[in-house]
Ligand binder design. Structure first.
Ligand SMILES: NC(=O)c1ccc[n+]([C@@H]2O[C@H](COP(=O)([O-])OP(=O)(O)OC[C@H]3O[C@@H](n4cnc5c(N)ncnc54)[C@H](O)[C@@H]3O)[C@@H](O)[C@H]2O)c1
Length: 421
């Protein structure tokens, strides 16, 4: 028997993301590239349910150190809650594995430093799963910006909308607490700040932000502990019946008997401490000004982005869920000052995140794809987008602009702010 050339990977975190994107879908589409050798989750039953869903047999560990010692994986894919990523990433690299981390790479400045230091020390490689860079629309915009069609970019308008289903989901779970997610300025906006950093090929310098909890949490008209036992089921627009969603019932509700992690906690809990309505102004190193917002209880799921330059404007309005029928393609409009309009239609791509998920997996796991647009994102990109989110949250709390250099503080020889690859 020839030894297999497939990468031996271990999955840590057997929730929805781990089980689908980095479990069933990965094995289904990239089975020639990877082999799942173990799953780790603090909740054994969830890991068992995950493996049943994925359809492979592999050993289960609740102790990550033991997994690393026994299985010696080549690659670890980290899909746990955000505030735990750093520990797992560092341990995996110290055990000799390369790592793919789900976004956000982590949640605090100290944790960023820990990860960068470990990567430097071990010589192992960390990839961060910034799938939106790989959406065909994003790639097209990047090409247009690179072509100089609108001249030097001077400002960007970027507004992201989460609907009453996806947006509310963050308020049902651990994401609803800054300690776990860093707030949605980190958990969710890490995608958006990364897109900006990549599109603009620059780093954020200063951030001014406002953020409030205006809709969920203490703002609710009533509250319970969780939907399943709630006396307000009949009157609450956010009522979620987990028993009607087989994957949620199997992967979360049944295993909740082991760890008490429920998927339908009340979105109106008074303890919720993350904002749901956020705006930020970002000044970039290259002088570009960005106007950003994130709203979490909208009738649409999607975003608007526009790049304003000396010679014109590139604009995209893109939806993932909306109450009207969309054409089978997204329209990028390129408006040239004094010179008309070009409408570019980019056909919809199947797969998650505007088609980014599949292309990301190709880039990370197949040999050979070129990376002309520099879509592959490592720890530096992971760090920079998280820093922007941390700065935004801090600014919203202090009422003053926050400089990235100030929150980064002592560089400890990591050269983060001095170098752009
Ligand atoms: N790239 C994307 O677009 C995208 C989309 C969805 C989720 N995500 C990310 O994926 C990650 C997981 O999201 P999810 O929705 O599946 O979360 P989840 O809460 O459903 O699952 C996380 C799992 O990790 C386990 N876990 C927590 N700490 C652990 C530890 N220290 N060791 C082992 N297991 C541990 C939990 O028991 C749980 O089963 C998050 O970081 C999230 O931001 C990324």
């Amino acid at each position: 028997m020839q030894p297999s050339s497939r990468k031996r990977y271990a999955l840590v975190g057997a929730g929805n993301r781990g089980t689908t994107m980095w479990g069933k879908d990965l094995i289904g589409g990239w089975g020639n590239e990877v082999e799942l050798v173990a799953v780790c989750d603090l909740n054994r039953m969830r890991a068992e349910r995950a493996l049943e869903y994925i359809g492979v047999r592999a050993p289960i560990y609740t102790d990550f150190d033991e997994l690393l010692r026994v299985e010696r994986p080549d690659l670890v894919i980290v899909c746990t809650r955000d505030s735990t990523h750093d520990d797992l990433i560092v341990k995996a690299m110290e055990a000799g594995a390369n790592v793919i981390s789900e976004k956000p790479m982590t949640t605090t400045v100290d944790k960023i430093k820990r990860i960068l230091e470990a990567e430097k020390r071990t010589g192992k490689k960390l990839d961060v799963s910034f799938n939106y860079r790989f959406a065909p629309t994003a790639a097209k915009i990047k090409e247009l910006l690179n072509s100089g069609v609108i001249g030097e970019v001077t400002s960007v308008d970027f507004h992201w909308y989460l609907d009453t289903s996806h947006g509310a989901d963050y308020f049902r779970r651990w994401h609803a607490f800054v300690e776990n997610s860093g707030s949605l300025f980190v958990h969710k906006a890490t995608h958006h700040f990364d897109l900006l950093n990549w599109y603009l090929d620059s780093d954020p310098q200063t951030v001014s932000a406002f953020a409030d909890l205006k809709h969920y949490g203490r703002n609710g008209p009533f509250r319970g502990e969780r939907c399943r036992t709630c006396p307000h089921k009949g009157e609450c627009n956010y009522f979620l019946d987990i028993s009607k969603v087989p994957l949620l019932q199997s992967l979360y509700e049944d295993p909740s008997s082991e760890d008490g992690y429920v998927r339908d906690a009340c979105v109106f809990r008074e303890s919720i401490d993350i904002p749901d309505t956020m705006v930020a102004s970002i000044h970039y190193q290259n002088g570009v000004q960005v106007s950003y917002s994130l709203n979490t209880y909208m009738p649409i799921e999607g975003h608007h982005i526009a790049f304003n330059g000396h010679k014109g404007r590139i604009e995209l309005r893109q939806y993932e869920a909306q109450a009207w029928t969309m054409p089978p393609a997204d329209e990028i409009v390129v408006m040239k000052n004094f010179d008309g309009v070009e409408r570019i239609w980019v056909p919809y791509s199947s797969g998650g995140h505007y088609g980014g998920d599949d292309r990301l997996r190709n880039m990370l796991l197949k040999t050979g794809p070129n990376d002309e647009l520099r879509q592959r994102a490592g720890s530096r990109a992971g760090a920079m987008s998280v820093l922007c989110g941390i700065a935004a949250l801090k600014s919203s709390r202090t009422g003053t602009p926050v400089s990235i250099a100030d929150i980064w503080g002592d560089d400890n020889g990591l050269n983060l702010l001095d170098t752009r690859p």
